[in-house]
Design a protein around this ligand. Structure first.
Ligand code: SF4
Length: 227
């Protein structure tokens, strides 16, 4: 198994900041948002509105800070044994040998999404797209997130190998959910991405969660008109 750091993914794209929505960029003329927002979209769309349309700033939770620290430690350890290579070189190399890369930036101007994939296993048979999560429950929002990474990755390659999306408990080897990124998964995530674009364009309303327990632990509670 080889560890590789991909070095050549800064594409020459036409990028502008969205005039009203913090974090949305206009890439090749189309709204483009961070894939991590899908996690928040599944929790409560009104949080997205407060944070990115209203510019409300709140601090991180302790769980978020711990998550970032674990993530950084894993990245540092990986880099100690990884060698640099271009994306094309890694794709080619992995046709004969299992290759692991971390923190790969993916971007799809076509679907309007971008983000960093925690870890990718590239083997002669398949690509496994792994997103690390703090717990071991597969929520709809986290599944959407990993599906979007799969979609962006698929959009960047010309390769017939199978793509698998997976969720792993952060800091462990416990893959607690996985699926092949098939036609149904693609259809499902494209529907969610269309919804996000509807929110950005003002065509659809931001729907608040119906779960009062989510509000109880919401960082935006004091700014929210619904609470
Ligand atoms: S308090 Fe509840 S409704 Fe308001 S943003 Fe938070 S989760 Fe959404």
């Amino acid at each position: 198994m080889e560890n590789k750091i991909i070095t050549d993914l800064n594409k020459d794209l036409d990028i502008k900041y969205h005039p009203n929505i913090k974090g949305v960029q206009i890439i090749e003329g189309k709204n483009n948002f961070p894939i991590s927002w899908l996690n928040q979209q599944g929790y409560c769309e009104y949080q997205l509105y407060l944070q990115y349309f209203q510019g409300v700033k709140v601090g991180e939770t302790q769980a978020m800070t711990t998550g970032t620290n674990v993530h950084n430690q894993l990245e540092k350890k990986f880099q100690e044994s990884a060698t640099p290579a271009t994306f094309e070189e890694v794709l080619e190399f992995s046709k004969t040998e299992k290759t692991v890369t971390r923190e790969m930036f993916v971007i799809s101007p076509e679907y309007g999404i971008r983000g960093f994939i925690d870890e990718i296993w590239m083997t002669p048979e398949e690509f496994v797209i792994i997103d690390d999560k703090p717990g071991n429950r597969a929520y709809g929002s986290t599944i959407n997130q990993v599906r979007a990474y799969c979609l962006a990755f698929k959009n960047m390659i010309n390769d017939k190998r199978k793509i698998v999306g997976a969720l792993r408990q952060r800091g462990t080897d416990n893959i607690f959910w996985s699926e092949e990124f098939d036609e149904d998964a693609q259809k499902s995530i494209k529907f969610i991405i269309d919804r996000m674009n509807g929110l950005f364009e003002g065509e659809k309303p931001f729907i608040k969660t119906k779960n009062p327990n989510k509000c109880k632990s919401c960082r935006f509670q004091s700014y929210c008109i619904h609470d």
